[in-house]
Write a protein of this length. Structure first.
Length: 108
């Protein structure tokens, strides 16, 4: 479920709570649950999995971190300690869950 202290529970985020309650939102939450299980199996927190997935993309030159607390920034930077765990097999497992790989450019 959604943590009680997350932003989505703040006043003004009712629209997001409604979106998450929809069938599309429930599908997204199910994907997050599968990603959380995958991150546990890989021995890292889900935020590390997400950041390392971004870093492993050869088309990404910079990953911009957003943090509202110093501890959150420190934890995000600690993801680099798990870098060797982002194997091609793990990347493919993530892709199989999110299924959002962009299509290649059209060639006419």
């Amino acid at each position: 479920g959604i943590p009680a202290d997350s932003r989505v529970m703040l006043p003004g985020y009712e629209w997001l709570r409604d979106e998450l309650a929809s069938s599309v939102g429930q599908d997204r939450l199910a994907k997050v649950a599968r990603l959380a299980a995958l991150s546990r199996d890989a021995g890292m927190p889900i935020n590390h999995l997400a950041l390392l997935w971004c870093l492993a993309n050869p088309r990404v030159s910079t990953v911009i971190l957003g943090a509202s607390r110093v501890a959150q920034l420190a934890d995000n930077l600690a993801a680099l300690k798990n870098r060797e765990k982002m194997t091609p097999n793990l990347r493919e497992a993530i892709e199989a869950i999110v299924q959002n790989r962009p299509e290649g450019p059209r060639r006419f």
